[in-house]
Write a protein that binds this ligand. Structure first.
Ligand SMILES: NC(=O)c1ccc[n+]([C@@H]2O[C@H](COP(=O)([O-])OP(=O)(O)OC[C@H]3O[C@@H](n4cnc5c(N)ncnc54)[C@H](O)[C@@H]3O)[C@@H](O)[C@H]2O)c1
Length: 346
């Protein structure tokens, strides 16, 4: 069954959650994408929603997310509300038969994500794209292409580094894993075109806070192919935002370099600026992500991270949480990919 939306005009999008990420999606859909129009918004913060509506010209504002999803003027939905609402809102989009770009994580845990995947499979067509947007970052894509081309030989090791800058209140290890590390877990699979079969987590709690808080998390990975990997996620580095990956092959290695600023030499120093936050670091990726989503809706050919990717990344996240709690390695049993997702690309 085709996913193509039949409307000949722009794809009319409703956005749920108009904060940092939702606001950026609204801006990109309005200014950077041909063929989309943000027509509806929903947020519990009415003042924030009114500000975003005035900037993008959305004519419908809602206090009830389900009313937005059901509204006949909305062709497709972006979910950028806080993580805990993602699963129920995505399920409501499936029930309404509307395509959805759901921010990560797809759900609160793997069981919830599995139910969404099953509902999508029952419906027989892919309606969900998950906001695991590093797949749209040009530097990540270049590394992926190099590895996939075979030029560097068989991939034997993955390394991901994820440095968060903003001063958060200390967060529990569980939240850092499902909210931040989820990106790295997805990268670890996508970059290597391989599945992780074992995770082993150690972490540093915040001094003076509960031992379950995590300031820095280190994860060792074992892959099905025999390759190995490591993810370091610093929840609050205090100096800037950096995300990079390195993949080592049997004949070479490729890595991204998140430092894009000019190199400045001055006063006996030479250096570069580190970007401030994810909106700077991944500004291009967020634009490419929504462009690809709208294009997929226009052509009926889905692209990018699927609900299956959202589910498997949650399986890994659940295993990481168990490993963090027990201090032991945890095996992960990834089921065979359902046929609906076999043709996934990007
Ligand atoms: N893909 C990425 O790189 C990336 C980056 C940042 C955030 N995110 C995700 O985007 C989502 C939003 O994060 P953010 O940084 O924009 O947070 P934020 O706090 O800036 O914005 C969240 C918005 O949701 C609104 N909200 C709260 N409860 C709501 C509800 N029940 N229904 C609708 N709206 C509600 C808030 O009022 C706020 O405007 C989160 O799920 C987060 O994980 C993804």
């Amino acid at each position: 069954m085709s996913n193509r939306l039949s409307s000949s005009g722009p794809i009319r999008v409703g956005v749920i959650g108009t904060g940092g990420m939702g606001g950026r999606h609204v801006r990109n859909l309005t200014d950077e994408v041909t063929g989309s129009q943000v027509v509806a918004l929903m947020d519990v913060d009415a003042a924030r929603m009114a500000e975003v509506a005035a900037a993008c010209g959305a004519s419908h504002t809602f206090s009830d997310a389900r009313a937005l999803i059901r509204h006949p003027a909305v062709d497709a939905v972006v979910i950028a509300a806080p993580d805990r609402f993602h699963a129920e809102l995505t399920a409501a989009c499936l029930a309404a038969g509307k395509p959805v770009l759901c921010e990560k994580p797809l759900a609160a845990d793997a069981e919830e994500a599995r139910r969404i995947v099953e509902t999508e499979i029952t419906g027989g067509r892919r309606l969900i794209q998950v906001g695991l947007m590093r797949q749209f970052d040009p530097a990540h894509l270049r590394v992926k292409e190099l590895i996939a081309s075979g030029a560097l030989g068989k991939a034997v090791a993955f390394r991901g580094i994820h440095i968060n800058s903003l001063p958060h209140a200390p967060r529990m290890a569980e939240e850092v894993i499902t909210n931040s590390v989820i990106h790295d877990l997805h990268s670890a699979r996508w970059m290597m075109s391989d599945e992780v079969t074992r995770v082993y987590v150690s972490y540093v709690p915040y001094a003076g806070h509960s031992p379950e808080t995590a300031r820095l998390i280190l994860i060792q990975l074992q892959y099905r192919s025999g390759a190995v990997g490591q993810i370091e996620c610093n929840a609050e580095a205090g100096y800037g935002y950096e995300v990079d990956v390195r993949v080592t092959g049997e004949n070479g290695a490729a890595e991204t370099n998140s430092l894009r600023s000019p190199v400045v030499s001055y006063n006996n120093q030479r250096g570069q600026w580190v970007e401030e936050d994810w909106l700077q670091r991944f500004d291009t990726a967020y634009i490419h992500e929504v462009r690809a989503w709208i294009r997929a809706l226009q052509t009926g050919v889905p692209i990018g991270p699927t609900a299956w990717d959202g589910y498997v990344s949650m399986l890994l996240a659940d295993a990481c949480i168990e490993s963090a709690k027990t201090g032991k390695p945890v095996d992960v049993d990834i089921p065979p990919m359902a046929a609906l997702y076999a043709a996934a690309n990007g």
